[in-house]
Design a protein around this ligand. Structure first.
Ligand code: HOC
Length: 382
């Protein structure tokens, strides 16, 4: 096997192993995918401003959030249907995160249960909440609390399903609906098909039972039929329900972030759901410096992170921790837990090189002064 030189190598490996419709589910964005491209372009367009004659012989990637120290400023983002990429994908991701001492966030749309993932590792875990109905959300929150999850992440950008053109064309859904096209797709990707058959086809595990309500909930989640009435009042009730750290994900304007700060959010994730929901919105990276100037609570960011250099750009722009979904899922889809670890090794090495060449020995000291003039002119200090 050729060594992993960059994330594109892993993406190619994932594409080879996965049926086309599954790869498209992982890869796709909303609409004609302008948002997906914008996320990447915005990160690519940021230039570093390297500082010379700084001792960088010892480099430290660690990041602090809520009084805890993580090995690097990266968390595994909550992503749905991980078991479709690799059997038992959620637990593979959780174990990889534990090995690398970074947080793992389990999605409501997981293919292993909240409890099974909690048992997979003793390391810290976060739980991401989709609200489809309030009673069920309360139940998920209680389960996450009981299972020992430290942090709740409320996703706020899926009031309805984004228009995923790739999924609309392929008819992607779980359980798979067999058609001649899908049969051909799976038959021509035997490694994936054998693994899926051997381990049993994945389902949305947190709802799994023979109960009709659960079946209805599974199909509601699959179609992303959320509680679109969830508002500030509902947020206040959730805040009262969850006694630990509560992070709100999907924020795209500083005004909302400020209101969330006042309403008791402990942190916000600037995110456009990896370009998968509304395509014509800003790339979160372009909002971070304004957010940094306005907010007291920690800022996290996802959407577009594919390399250690991207992580450094986001941290220099104001993110305490970045989150990545697709990049790590390429690893999962290509080689399971080992593939995720390969991607983490790659990102770690890239971040290390970036710190050295930018002239910043500690990731937590990255600031707008490490970004080229245009980026830091408006915000001279971190
Ligand atoms: C199948 C359930 O956040 C996405 C993920 C998963 C959302 C729930 C899907 O695809 O954007």
């Amino acid at each position: 096997m050729v060594d992993l030189v960059n994330i594109e190598d892993m993406r190619r490996r994932a594409r080879r192993r996965l049926p086309r419709m599954v790869f498209d589910y992982l890869e796709g964005g909303a609409g004609s995918e302008r948002g997906l491209r914008r996320n990447r372009d915005a990160l690519d367009d940021i230039l570093f401003d390297p500082h010379r004659l700084v001792a960088v012989d010892h480099r430290d990637q660690s990041a602090q959030l809520f009084g805890k120290t993580y090995a690097m400023p990266l968390a595994i983002a909550p992503t749905g249907l991980n078991g479709v990429l690799w059997p038992d994908g959620d637990r593979a991701l959780a174990r990889a995160a534990a090995k690398y001492d970074i947080p793992f966030c389990l999605s409501t749309a997981s293919t292993s249960t909240i409890e099974d993932v909690a048992r997979a590792t003793d390391a810290e875990k976060w739980f991401q909440l989709y609200v489809m109905n309030r009673d069920q959300a309360r139940d998920f929150v209680q389960r996450a609390l009981k299972a020992g999850y430290s942090t709740l992440i409320l996703t706020t950008d899926v009031a309805v399903n984004g228009k995923r053109e790739r999924d609309l064309r392929s008819g992607f859904k779980v359980p798979f609906k067999l058609s001649p096209k899908i049969l051909f797709d799976t038959a021509t990707h035997p490694l994936w098909s054998l693994a899926q058959v051997r381990h049993g086809l994945p389902q949305l595990a947190n709802f799994a039972s023979a109960d009709a309500t659960d079946v209805a909930s599974q199909s509601a989640l699959m179609a992303r039929r959320m509680d679109a009435g969830f508002d500030w009042e509902a947020f206040a009730a959730l805040r009262d329900l969850w006694p630990h750290k509560l992070i709100v994900k999907g924020v795209l304007c500083v005004e909302d972030a400020l209101r969330l700060e006042k309403a008791g959010a402990d942190a916000v994730v600037f995110s456009n759901h990896g370009g998968r929901q509304l395509e014509d919105v800003p790339a979160p990276i372009s909002l971070l410096q304004d957010a940094l100037a306005a907010l007291q609570i920690p800022i996290l960011m996802d959407s577009g992170i594919r390399s250690g250099a991207d992580i450094a750009k986001a941290v220099a722009s104001g993110a305490v921790i970045t989150m990545s979904g697709r990049a790590l899922l390429y690893g999962l889809a290509a080689a399971g837990e080992a593939g995720v670890c390969e991607v983490l090794d790659l990102m770690k090495a890239e971040l290390d090189t970036t710190l050295a060449l930018v002239g910043c020995p500690r990731a937590d000291l990255l600031s707008p002064r490490h970004l080229a003039t245009e980026a830091r002119a408006a915000h001279p200090q971190k």
